[in-house]
Structure formats: structure tokens, C-alpha cells
Ligand binder design. Sequence first.
Ligand SMILES: [Zn+2]
Ligand SMILES: [Zn+2]
Ligand SMILES: [Zn+2]
Ligand SMILES: [Zn+2]
Length: 796
Amino acid sequence: MHLPMDEWESYLLNKWALLPKSTQLTISTAETLSDIFLHSSSHLQPKDEMFLKQLSSGYVVEKDHDAPLFYREEGNKKFQEKDYTGAAVLYSKGVSHSRPNTEDISLCYANRSAALFRLGQYEACLKDIVRAGVHGLPERLQPKMMLRKAECLVNLGRPQEARQAISDLESNLAAKPSLGLSSHKILQRNLEHLKMKIQEKENLPEAFPAALTKAFEEMALEEENKQISGASLSVGLCTDPLKGRHLVATKDILPGELLLKEDAFVSVLIPGEMPPLRHGPQNKWDTGVSSGDLCCHRCLKHTLATVPCGGCSYARYCSQECMQQAWEHYHSTECSLGALLLTLGVFCHVALRVTLLARFEEVDRVVRMLYDETSNKDICSPENRNLVQTVNYTNHGESEENAKTGETPIPGCNVSGKYESNYNAVFNLLPHTEKHSPERKFMCAVSVAALCRQLRAQTRGFKSSKPKAVTPGLCADLTVWGVAMLRHMLQLQCNAQAITSLWHTESNESVITDSRQVRLATGIFPVVSLLNHSCSPNTSMSFTGTAATVRAARQIRKGEEILHCYGPHESRMGVAERQQKLSSQYFFDCSCPACQAETLEAAAARRWEAFCCNTCRALMQGNDVLSCSSKSCTDSVSRDRLISRLQDLQQQVCVAQKLLRTGKPEQAIQQLLGCREAAESFLSAEHTVLGEIEDSLAQAYATLGDWRKSAAHAQKSLRVAEARHGPASVEIGHELFKLAQVLFNGLAVPEALNAIWKAEKILLVHCGPESDEVQELRQMKSCLLDLSFIPVGPLV
Ligand SMILES: [Zn+2]
Ligand SMILES: [Zn+2]
Ligand SMILES: [Zn+2]
Ligand SMILES: [Zn+2]
């Protein structure tokens, strides 16, 4: 996903294989990044660029003025099917392809406002109504939009503005006797209805005091850490030859304590499930939904109401402001490179954006000093550490003399020894040049070289027409730039941080929030990068937009190292798989306590993926042929057979979940009960798939309003998750949250309060008080505690 598109990757690997052995040797033994870059990029030939161009042409990133009508019609179909989210996404695609101030764009906004209205997103709906008007909404549609505006205002509890909107609409109607008689009547009827609704609303007490939602402000770090920006006072930066730079607790830390908070230095949205490449005219425009359609390409805010970049159909933003910021900082350069960047992959894109963010002059200066022609040494070789320090010092305008007298500073720190989240720190992340395979280095270098040539061509092109629209410093030596990007690409393998978000399904049918962790973007966080890995870490990381927050997941004693998990967590995979992943991607052998403790016997106890005996329900053991672990039983079966049964079952569960999504909860329940019976005959009681079935059952019953049954299934799903993740894990927090929602909706007051209390306790530790879930829990709690509570408002 992070590497280049498969076709480009295999093309380059093939090219590498065909290089003369002597050339391969030159590249393999090149000691510096600039040598690797120069030797590799000299092999980029026009035919390679042609191939790359051809691959890139599969991505639609330019505006296509025939597309808006197509997307509007497709959106209308979804709207008819009551898939309002799907409709909104398609209207957004229409917006992205439209020219400003055209009927096309105005109609797309107008239709999107209808979808947002149905989704209950009234604020966003109002904005779209304004946008539709700004771009020239046809006269005939104006009354409809004015009515929608009034309805939004009523639903938002702004009756005065709603009354104003209604009187505007009435005068509009009075001025237009030409309006068809029947549509006029419908409008009038809706108007009367709306007026009654305003009156009703005014007589009702407010369901949730608005202040409550904003009551839990983000917890700020109490005092700024003098050594590391964005860290709490409980964290210290150390370095030793074995661990490299790492963080330790400078005092005893309690679970839930906020340790680090850092905004990504750079982040690039992962396109998600890529739209299928264009193969022939019939599927010229894609109608699929990916994270690129659902969140802002700059700040990652989740939104259905995006505004497009004026120059391409690809980049979308949550607001005009984000669009402008992105344009100023990087998108003015990236805009015309969209297709190429998608082909070269996210790492290449991040590498480019880092250098754009750092402002090219800065990159130029830092890199030139590091790759001074005379020294011709790479900075990651130990003998060149001094050079790094020199750069750090001169970087901040300090004389070298001072640098020599001081203690050896930690790489990445500034003159006063402070480690900050800036380009200097990013640049000092280790690229591990010597550990990457030669073909990988070749692949990265050639990709970067291709990007550089495109940048040069773009600069030339711009010079003739629009001289100002070029990145500052772009005319400087592109080789220097290329070397910097190559370094960043190699750094990313170990230092890329996935920015994830908990996404909730937005469907009217499902009352319980169904959520899943989505990988939204890839970023670089210089401070977070200081954390070493453990398969059983003592911290938890969560994200708000592009900001990462690290909290203590358990008690950490003074002097103990602060660790986080790079991905291979002990609850996700066995020790052998973890070790393999960590050494191939991160170049180290993990010796964390979990890895040391986990023997093969322990692995057999991974009950969440274990099979059980068909006859006696005891666990099955063995490799290719599994036999029952009970001494009194002689059952045995081949693993292949069990695996194929498991695959069949998973397919059946998918069918059920689809039924649930498409508004057929009764059928879904029948299907799920069948799945459960099948599952119980060969899977352990704590098997993940069984948990998934119980979870879906809970949702299905909640949809039907049967809270009692829903809660019973949610409890079972919870027990399965506990076996796998442990009772205090963030996963259990999410499960408890769902259970609390069910019980809340069923008004099972004591049970709901109990679940809320447990969920809040766990989620506070992992996600902090500002997280959406904790805030919602607190709202539920205050509702339940308030005896005068009447179930009105969004939760019904
Ligand atoms: Zn944004
Ligand atoms: Zn653009
Ligand atoms: Zn480990
Ligand atoms: Zn048995």
C-alpha cells in the first residue's frame, strides 16, 4: 500500500535484474545516499518515463466536465435507494469535476444538501445551500432550497432564524405566481407543517444542554517539557548505543497520564481502496467510496461536505481555509502531479511533501552541508556523527566553537539540547541506508528521479505562462532535492506512522455505533519516533485529525522505558510472525518481555483463533492434522478442512452483515443464528469469528428495538474480546461503549450506568477525556442520572 503501484514496482525490479552485474555492484556498494541516487537515476531512461506516464494516465485526477452530470445521476439513484451517504459522496465527486459558477456545480451542491439533510447533518447542509446559491442556483429551485434551509434551522433549534427564512420563502412564493400550481401547494403544506414544528420545539425543554458537548476541553500538557517539545514532564530523552534514542519515565506514571502530544510534521492521506484503473470508456468514472472521499486531504477531518481543489478533481478539503493552507504549503506544486504521485506511492508522496513543507531553501542548506562534495560520506556512518552535530549547531546560528565545547548532543536536538518537532529532527531520523536491499534503494532512487524530472518540466512549463505559481527554490539543483527525498523515503520504512481513526457507520438503520479502525494517512512524527517498540507496550496512541496523543496504558515506574507498539502486537499475531515482521521492516530482533515469555505452548493457548473438537468441545491441537486435546476422545481432522470451513463461515457472516446493512434485520438474525450454530461446532468459544457473530446479532436486535436481546449478545461479544485483548484494553473499551449504548437506549438504567462507568474508566486511559466516545459516555450518564429525562433528541 505504501510502496509504488504494483506495476511500477515490478517494472523497476525487472529493470534492476537486467542491469549489468557491475552496475548492480556499484549501486550495492555505494556508501552515500548521493552516490546511490546519482548511480541509480542515471538509468532512468525516456522509455521508463513513458511507461510511468502511461500507468499514471489510469488515474482520473483532472477535472472532466462531462463527469458532473454522470455523478449527479448516479447520486440520485443512491438517494432513491435511501443510501444518503453514498449519494453525498457521488455528489461530491460531481462537485470536484465541475467548473465554478456553473449550473453543474450548483446542482451538485443542492443535491448534496438534500442528502446531508436526510443524514441529520444540518450545519453542513446549510453550508451547501449557501454554496449552491453562490454558484448560481436556477430560479426554479430556490423555493425548495429556502424551505430546506428553514427546516435545518428548526432542527438546529434556531427558531428565530427559521422564522426569517420562512418569511423570505413566503415573499419569494408571492412574487412567483408562475410556479406550477401543484408544486406550489406542496410547498405551502410543508411550510404550514414547519411552522407548527417551530411552535412544538419552542414548548419543549432542550434535550441536551449544548454546553455539555463542549464541556470537556482538551487536556493540555500541564507544563512544557524543556527537553522535548510536546512531551509531559514525566518523560525524558536518553540515548545509548544499544537502544539508540529512547524515552524513559522521569517519575512514576499513572495509567491514563498524557505523555506526548504531537501534530504530524507531515501527513499524506492514503487513497484507501484505490479507484479501479480506467480500462475503456464504460467505467471511465469511478463510483466507489474511499477515505479520500470522506475526509479532508489536509487535516483529515471526517466530512461528507468537501470542497474541491480548483485545479484538480482529486484533492478535497473540509473547508476553504484548509484548501488555501494546503495550496500555499504544498498543493500548488503537487496539484498537477496527482496521477504520478498516486502511481509512485504514498512514501514517495510523503518524501516530496516533507521537502515542500520544510521550504526548499532549508532542505537545500541542510543537505548540502551533509553531502559536501569533499567529505563524500553519508551522515549515518558513525564517523560522521560530528557532521550531524555541526549541522545542528550551524543550523541554529550558533558558532561551531560553542558546539565543540559542549557535551555530545543527541542527534536532532537544537543548540540548547531541546528536541523539537521540526525538519531538523525529521532529517535526523535514521534512514538505515546500509540495511535496505540494493534493489529497494534502486527502486526508491529511480522513483524519486522520475519525480524530480517531472518537477523540472513543470518549472519550465510554468516559467513561460504563470511565473508565480512555482514552489520557492524549485530552480535550485534538483539533485540535492532528490537526495533529500531519497533519504526520507528510506526513513519512512522505519519511521512512517499510520494515522488511524475510529470510523462510525453512518446509517439511519443501525442505532448502535458500529466502528472500525481505519488507516487514514501516513505521517512523520519526530517526537513519537523516539519511542521504541514492544509487542506488549505500556502506552496507547490515539489520533485527533493529524495530532497523535500517547498515554500511559498502565503504571510506568520511574526509570522504566516508555514503549509503544509498531504494529505487531502480541494480541494480533504470534511470536514468530512478530519477530519476522520486526526484523524485515524495522531491522531489529525484538526481545520484549512478551517475546521472551511466549513459548510454543503459550501460542497454543491463543484461544481466539483455536479450533475445538466437534464431539467434546475440547481444544484441538497439532499442526497439519489436529487431534482432540481430551484424553478420552480420539477425534482428529486436517487443518485444511477446518480452514476451509472457517472460510465458508466467514462468507456466511458477510452475507448476514450485508442483510443488516440493507435494512433486513430479521433475515440477518436468521442467517446469523445459523452461523452461530455452525461456528460452535468447530470453533473455540472465544474465537474471534464467534465474537463477530455475537456483535452483529447485538446490532440486528438493536435495529429492531429489542434492547434486552441486543444487550445479551453484546455481553457475549465482550467476553470474546476480553479473552483476546485483556480486560483493560482499548478494544474492551470500545466493546463496553457499544454495550452502554444498547442499555442506554433500552433505558436499563442501573445496567447502563454500570457499563458506562466501566467503558469510561478504560477509554479515559487510552484515549483521554476529549475523545468522542468518552464525551458521549458522559452525556449518556448525565441523561440517565437526570430523572426528568425524556428520551427525545438524536438517540431515538
Ligand atoms: Zn481540513
Ligand atoms: Zn489540485
Ligand atoms: Zn516483542
Ligand atoms: Zn474431543
